[in-house]
Design a protein around this ligand. Structure first.
Ligand SMILES: [Ca+2]
Length: 246
């Protein structure tokens, strides 16, 4: 009976361990959903005006912001997440697009809209300085007055569970097209390419790194790897450049 208890505890321990590893994959906090190196959370309530939603997201960790949508894949992922989160109730959701001083719409970080998914109306402007995903139009984009109260989507960079330097030598596998000897070991926000390169050079386990060249300066993701990826695999990552230190 005693032995059975010990075996039982070992099984529980292994299950907990396995669960932990699954949680680490993608490196998203509880309540967030991982997709292509970002973590997303939809807030259905309380509904907020656009500035309120912006501030609520910015209060989060790891460079959290109102969501930026840069591809058809990301738009499609968010549509699915919105359908799940609103469970058919059809909540409108603010995203991180607003009008600049000159009136043109841009991302919250000042970058241009390189990808858009407007509904058939938009953008209409005329004081509609903020942008929502509208459930009645398949979560396509629609510009709205910023004072209207809607739900919202926050996004932040995913990070490895082993993000501290003491844990640096413990690789965390990520769900990209990786073979068993290819690991993401750390993902962090960084200010520049040289900073990312410096961080890699200071860690003997860092064999190569990815640097996000699409985001605004100061909000770029630096991903360090413990093993070398093939260039062809890195090219599958839009907006990132792959580097191998000398
Ligand atoms: Ca994004």
């Amino acid at each position: 009976m005693h032995n059975l208890l010990v075996i039982g505890l070992k099984v529980v321990f292994l299950v907990v361990l396995g669960f932990h590893v699954v949680l680490c994959r993608g490196g998203c906090p509880d309540g967030f959903t991982y997709f292509e190196y970002s973590c997303y959370k939809i807030h259905v309530s309380p509904e907020l005006d656009w500035p309120g939603a912006r501030d609520a997201c910015a209060a989060g960790s790891n460079g959290s912001h109102l969501v930026y949508i840069h591809s058809e894949a990301e738009q499609s992922f968010l549509r699915g997440l919105a359908l799940e989160a609103s469970a058919g109730s059809g909540v409108h959701l603010w995203i991180g697009v607003t009008a600049a001083v000159n009136g043109s719409l841009e991302w919250l970080d000042g970058s241009r809209l390189t990808y858009t998914a407007w509904d058939e109306d938009g953008p209409r402007a005329n004081g509609r300085d903020c942008v929502r995903l509208r459930p009645d139009k398949d979560y396509l984009w629609n510009d709205r007055f910023c004072y209207i109260m809607y739900g919202y989507i926050c996004e932040q960079a995913s990070s490895s569970c082993h993000a501290t330097s003491t844990d640096f030598t413990r690789p965390t596998s990520v769900g990209m097209a990786a073979t068993s000897d290819e690991y993401l070991i750390r993902s962090t926000m960084t200010s520049s390419l040289s900073r990312c390169s410096h961080v890699c050079s200071k860690n003997e386990d860092c064999k190569s790194f990815n640097y996000d060249v699409a985001s605004a300066p100061g909000k770029r993701t630096c991903e360090l790897f413990s093993a070398v990826f093939e260039d062809s695999e890195m090219e599958a990552r839009p907006g990132f450049a792959y580097y191998k230190p000398n």
